[in-house]
Design a protein around this ligand. Structure first.
Ligand code: NDP
Length: 337
């Protein structure tokens, strides 16, 4: 059983030596358990937070423990009444090639309904994050302008496409010409801006002539700085992620205290800034699966996956995710289907 363990806590950017790849025996399922063979492992930005000490909204991974993560697996051997050998399931088995489960954390997947890897992306946690955050907090209205960064990625790509389905204008922000072309031409956003352009802020303002009504916050940093002056009265800001800051040491402060200025604008422009963790909206999941499957079928929602072969390549791929080196939902193919 190949496992990737957390070897050290990174101070800023993770490095390969923060991980350790080990070989252990394949575990035996006890009565009431299933043995899972992992096929796909999802790599997600939240994993950077789990590498830090100290509790955030979830507990950290302990040093020497298997890195946490969502997975798609095949039941290799079932000693559980609800599962048969050969069933495909969504599990949370982490960075390893085999795992045991007592069944409570498993959801059966139908490989005929959708490619199995989509259960980690557009039809999984990231797609649901986009759906729930945008519709529950962002509440885009027809004709409004919705802006989202990391727009070619797992969450952002869905945010813009759902915004368009609801009749809003979608403006994406992405890093580099290839990602921008994909967001505009394949995903069908109304406009896209490269955040690495020297005149990024001016280009964003020009792409939002009526201001911004919904800003779905995925990154923070210089993107937030460019967006903030453009927010209209009564704009809604679902705060989903701040990936530009994940590699910064806890408590790091850039420059002077800007909070009073931000709060003054929150007050005078009646802004709604609301953080969320997708699981708080769990009751919306059944409707999400139904609606998103329909949008994919009708072609209204498209998605892109960035599939990397081999669990041993997970550390490098994860380090790249925090630097924007992924192009689409990042998934490790741990074993062939
Ligand atoms: P993506 O597939 O979008 O990959 C991350 C992307 O972030 C990179 O490809 C890069 O895109 C962009 N990025 C990285 N660093 C920067 C930076 N400094 N400035 C601007 N962009 C940057 O990841 P996900 O879709 O999985 O996640 C997107 C966000 O959603 C993350 O912040 C994540 O933490 C958050 N999230 C929150 C959840 C919640 O429940 N609140 C659940 C799931 C995700 P580019 O090259 O285009 O800049």
């Amino acid at each position: 059983n190949t496992q990737v363990l957390l070897a050290a806590r990174p101070s800023e950017k993770p490095v390969p030596s923060d991980f350790r790849v080990v070989e252990t025996a394949i575990p035996e399922p006890a009565e009431g358990e299933v043995l899972l063979k992992i096929l796909y492992l999802s790599l997600d930005p939240y994993m950077r937070g789990r590498m830090n000490a100290g509790r955030s909204y979830a507990k950290p991974v302990e040093i020497g423990a298997v890195m946490e993560g969502g997975t798609v697996a095949r039941v290799l051997r079932s000693r559980h009444p609800d599962f048969s050998d050969g069933d495909f399931v969504l599990s949370h088995s982490g960075w390893q090639s085999y795992a045991l489960s007592r069944g409570t954390d498993l959801r059966k997947l139908d490989p005929a309904a959708a490619p199995l890897s989509t259960a980690l992306g557009i039809l999984g946690m990231p797609g649901f994050t986009a759906y729930a955050g945008l519709l529950t907090i962002g509440k885009p209205l027809p004709g409004e302008t919705v802006v989202v960064a990391a727009a070619s990625g797992a969450v952002g790509s869905a945010v813009g496409q759902i915004a368009r389905i609801k009749g809003a204008r979608a403006v994406g922000i992405a890093g580099g010409a290839d990602k921008c072309a994909f967001v505009r031409d394949t995903l069908g956003f109304d406009a896209v801006i490269d955040h690495r352009a020297p005149d990024f802020a001016e280009q964003l303002a020009a792409a939002c002539p009526k201001g911004i009504d919904v800003y779905f916050e995925n990154v923070g940093g210089h993107v937030w700085d460019a967006v903030f002056p453009l927010l209209n009265d009564f704009a809604r800001v679902p705060v989903c992620g701040l990936i530009a800051h994940y590699n910064q040491p806890a408590g790091a402060q850039a420059g002077s205290d800007r909070l009073p200025g931000v709060m003054r604008e929150v007050l005078s422009r009646s802004l709604l800034i609301r953080g969320f963790i997708q699981r708080e909206f769990a009751d919306q999941r059944p409707l999400f699966y139904q609606e998103m499957a329909g949008w994919i079928k009708s072609g209204e929602v498209r998605y892109r996956e960035d599939i990397v072969d081999g669990l041993e390549n997970a550390p490098e791929a994860f380090i790249g995710l925090l630097d924007g080196r992924n192009f689409g939902k990042l998934v490790i193919r741990v074993a062939a289907e």
